[in-house]
Design a protein around this ligand. Structure first.
Ligand code: SAM
Length: 176
């Protein structure tokens, strides 16, 4: 009996570590989970002025909310990255529930992803992560690609558009 309890608690501890450690790392190097507000989503999509066939990247996709919303637009391919296994599974289930077909979802650190195919990059992250991403954007993004950042500015860049909701929360739009 004691052996069984020991085995069970070891497995539980391992699972917790596998889930908790990457989730904590993501919160430190990128941002903890906070979702883009539902009421901002429609406006963001409208202002993104998508064109059929474009590729949308979400860096730190959380629950997959933005991937799902963008995938509903004409012929848009959505690609998401999530470091936390917990939120990755949540996003995967959410994409399946919403019957999203044209997607790729990676359990991986977005700093290691190549962004050269992206037409639109969505990143709801802390300023420190955005500052680190800036040089990656400059190196990898094609000219004209759009970067959408709710909440925080990308230091040293000037947004071509800022929208605010009724609570005055900004969303910054940049162009590479
Ligand atoms: C503020 S939440 C944004 C969630 C979603 N994009 C939204 O707007 O609703 C940030 C997400 O990024 C993830 N994240 C942070 N750093 C990451 C990294 N380096 N690679 C992949 N995901 C990361 C976190 O786990 C979290 O789910």
């Amino acid at each position: 009996m004691l052996k069984l309890v020991y085995m069970f608690s070891t497995i539980l501890l391992l699972v917790l570590l596998i889930v908790i450690i990457p989730t904590a790392v993501a919160a430190i190097i990128g941002a903890p989970l906070a979702l883009t507000r539902k009421r901002q989503v429609k406006d963001i999509i409208k202002k993104a002025a998508l064109k059929p066939g474009q590729i949308f990247y979400e860096l730190g996709c959380g629950t997959g909310r933005m991937m799902i919303a963008f995938s509903k637009q004409a012929n848009i391919r959505v690609i998401g990255f999530e470091l936390s296994p917990l939120f990755y599974i949540f996003s995967l289930l959410n994409l399946k529930i919403h019957r999203v077909k044209n997607y790729e979802l990676y359990l991986k650190d977005f700093f290691g992803a190549n962004l050269n195919k992206a037409d639109i990059v969505f990143c709801f992250l802390m300023p420190k992560a955005l500052a680190k991403l800036r040089s990656k954007f400059e190196k990898e993004l094609k000219p004209g690609a759009k970067i959408i950042s709710p909440g925080f500015k990308i230091k040293g860049w000037h947004p071509y558009l800022v929208i605010k909701d009724s609570k005055n929360l900004p969303v910054y739009f940049y162009r590479r």
